[in-house]
Design a protein around this ligand. Structure first.
Ligand SMILES: Nc1ncnc2c1ncn2[C@@H]1O[C@H](COP(=O)(O)OP(=O)(O)OP(=O)(O)O)[C@@H](O)[C@H]1O
Length: 325
């Protein structure tokens, strides 16, 4: 459905070159639900804008739905839906009329556009609000209307740029359900960008991690976590001296191959199979008469994966962005 080779986009800002996307080689198969995950400025939107023909690549090639994004823009556009970061829907028309106008813009007859709008209004839970003026809709309703606009011509491939940014948790969960259903009911191929780690984890079956314009990992969330981040066992002791003593103790040998660090009175072991190792570890420490105040086992998150790969936390980058916004 998507195939890129060496896809690259530079921008020139005050005589300086910004390499927004650097030589992207990507394949997305029909029916996949893929998330592009990365911090602010990683190149996610630029990638989407090239794949949707809104921005010309500086070099490299991309074929989308079988057509070249540079030479066959019209063919690509008629086969895809794109929902950008801004609000696509206008403000003065009623939601249903917006949908019909959009369908007409894609060359549909008025009756076909009306029928399709009716289906989408129902499947995206907009029945109660479709006849209100768009400017009166809530953020979540408007986002769902945006999605309906992107789907009016029944595209086989849908691009969503940060679909849930700015929504409250309940609306976000609701939207995610709609996205899942789209895939399940219509087999729509979906490519979305997000900087919400939990969203990428729970929604996408494949996560492509992008940083500084490069793909740094590409796999299922489960495999990314298994490969790049272990479980984390945090042992808390009475004081830092005690914790320091434990670091060199042979009792930790139970957690073979663990990456061990200390922070104050805590010792953190990063190791696969943490839930199974933790009870054995506690027994070994008990046998050595070392008292543990508390223990916690945490499964890795995609943030741990990002941290392992880049040395930075995606969460920090995102909270910075949210603070600025
Ligand atoms: N029109 C433009 N002119 C100049 N620089 C740009 C332009 N668009 C994007 N960039 C730069 O390209 C880089 C990648 O930006 P892009 O918007 O693709 O990142 P992103 O991963 O989508 O980030 P965000 O999560 O903030 O949307 C950034 O350094 C950005 O400043």
């Amino acid at each position: 459905m998507i195939e890129t080779s060496g896809l690259t986009r530079h921008f020139t800002v005050r005589a300086e070159t910004v390499e927004a996307v650097k030589g992207l080689d990507l394949r997305v198969e029909t029916g996949e639900l893929v998330a592009l995950l990365g911090p602010n400025g990683a190149g996610k939107s630029t990638t989407l804008r090239m794949l949707t023909t809104l921005l010309a690549p500086t070099s490299g090639t991309a074929r989308v739905a079988g057509f070249d994004v540079r030479a066959q823009q019209r063919e690509v556009r008629s086969r895809i839906g794109y929902i950008g970061q801004g609000n696509g829907a206008g403000h003065t028309q009623r939601g249903r009329d917006e949908l019909v106008s959009q369908g007409r813009a894609y060359g549909m007859s008025t009756s076909a556009a009306r029928a399709r709008a009716g289906e989408l209004v129902e499947s995206l839970d907009l029945t109660a609000v479709a006849d209100r003026v768009v400017s009166k809709l809530s953020g979540g309703q408007r986002r769902r209307l945006d999605i309906a606009m992107g789907l009016i011509h029944a595209p086989a491939l849908l691009f969503l740029d940060e679909p849930s940014t700015g929504l409250d948790p309940q609306n976000r969960a609701n939207l995610q359900d709609h996205i899942r259903r789209l895939r399940a009911d219509h087999g729509t191929t979906i490519v979305l960008t997000t900087h919400y780690l939990d969203e990428a984890d729970s929604l996408a079956e494949r996560v492509i991690v992008i940083d500084h314009g490069n793909v740094i990992a590409d796999d299922t969330p489960a495999r990314l976590k298994a490969e790049h981040a272990g479980d984390r066992i945090t042992l808390t002791f009475d004081n830092a001296t005690q914790a320091e003593r434990v670091i060199g103790h042979h009792a930790l040998g139970i957690a073979e191959g663990a990456h061990v660090t200390r922070s104050g009175p805590q010792v953190v072991l990063e190791v696969p199979g943490g839930a199974q190792i933790a009870p054995k570890l506690l027994r070994a420490l008990d046998d050595a008469l070392i008292e543990v105040v508390s223990v916690e086992v945490a499964r890795p998150t995609l943030d741990d994966v990002f941290l392992t790969l880049t040395g930075r936390s995606l969460r920090e980058d995102v909270s910075l962005k949210e603070k600025k916004a």
